[in-house]
Design a protein around this ligand. Sequence first.
Ligand code: DHB
Ligand code: MG
Length: 223
Amino acid sequence: MSKDFSGGHAPELIQYVLETFKPEDSVLVDIRKRTEAAGIPLIQVGAVDGLHLEVLTRMAKVEKAVEIGTLGGYSGVCIARGLPTHGKLFTFEINEDNAAVARESFKKAGVESKTEIFLGPALENLSKIEKHGLFDLVFIDADKANYPNYLKWAADHLKIGGVVIGDNTFAFGKIARTKHENTEESQSVRALRDFNFQLAQSGRFRATMLPTGEGLTVGVKVK
Ligand code: DHB
Ligand code: MG
């Protein structure tokens, strides 16, 4: 479950941010409820991370966005809200039931015309949108083991100055445990560490970690 930026912060500070910035309106509450009712795991981004996505999308003046991992459409609505009227979000989802909930979410949020859902494994479907590139934003929030592969695609298909954002990059608290300390470390944790390393040190990005509860890595393509 995405925990937002709650990690380490006093409850009154969290309450203050929620009350002041009001990250979740009735449309997003409804998406959360319909996602839960459909039996989809409640692993969408937290409310404040959703707001981060909208603000970052606006900040980077994104017109063409890609999302890997649609789930019920929560983060997609946040990104789509940050796009101009003529903007477009291409979003990739492996699960048909999730995609059906997301389709409804986009309709209810009034962003249907700005969104297109691709059903199936993202690594098989990403080539279908390459003709629309280069892209301004790639948001990665799907199977963790493939984060490095998604990043490779992003590095090749983002414009210089384009932004890549990865969710859950603290690996649910395990990112700092080294191989030496944990020989049974899962493939996902190793992949997330590789993802962060590539963003931080490959020279193709200038990147930082927004220390939300889940960890949100944000990088700008420089090369
Ligand atoms: C999981 C995946 C996510 O993207 C997330 O934000 C939280 C949990 C998961 O697979 O458990
Ligand atoms: Mg996530």
